[in-house]
Design a protein around this ligand. Sequence first.
Ligand code: ZN
Ligand code: ZN
Length: 237
Amino acid sequence: MNCTTEKCYRDTELYLCTECILEFDELLKDVPALIELLAGARAGTAVVRKPGSSVGGGPQGSRPPGSLDAMMLQAWLSQLPTRAHAAAMDNPDAGQWLYMARIWIQQARDLVWGQEEKRVYGPCETGPCMEPLSAGPDAVSVKCRNCKTVHNIPDLIDRLKQKAKGEPMPPRETREFLQKEARVFIVKKDFENWVQLGKLDPVIRVDEAGKERKMYYPGDVLKVFQEMRDRRRVKAS
Ligand SMILES: [Zn+2]
Ligand SMILES: [Zn+2]
């Protein structure tokens, strides 16, 4: 049969040809990082701007990182398959997924890293320094232009991830938050199971009534949700 990717026509045993599987995998490998960084962009930690424009966007149609864009992209990216080969094996629409992945992943890359050859990693945060940090895509470290502190890029990405976790909330609020913000619907029973399985580490916070309550980071819950969904998919294939 033919590869299901639009205008590909290559002959293949699966729903995708080898070339398309390779392209798809190449795109998918950025997805987990992009999902994290989009959450950072939404929280305003990843500053996104075009060259020559002031923060918040210039006059020629560039615009600030709309939290709506980031939110939608996050939700769309979460729906992509995790592995191209599995999609090629059991998804008759794999070609359409590849088509959407090309668009969404490029949009997400532009939004979190900018279209220029520089990737931005949020403010320096050494003492009172708030200088925005940016570096080329291959850089392993970045020196702050203001205070001269050298930051390792993996550390900066960890920091963005930490911020992307959000504020801890009680279980019901966490589920409602994810439903609203990420269009991820988690039933109460699943949440309770994940807690029981030790997949979610609660933080203990005292509420207004002085009672200790277990709270959860929405980002952690989203990660477990994605893990469990992927596992289900593997089982089904
Ligand atoms: Zn193909
Ligand atoms: Zn600095």
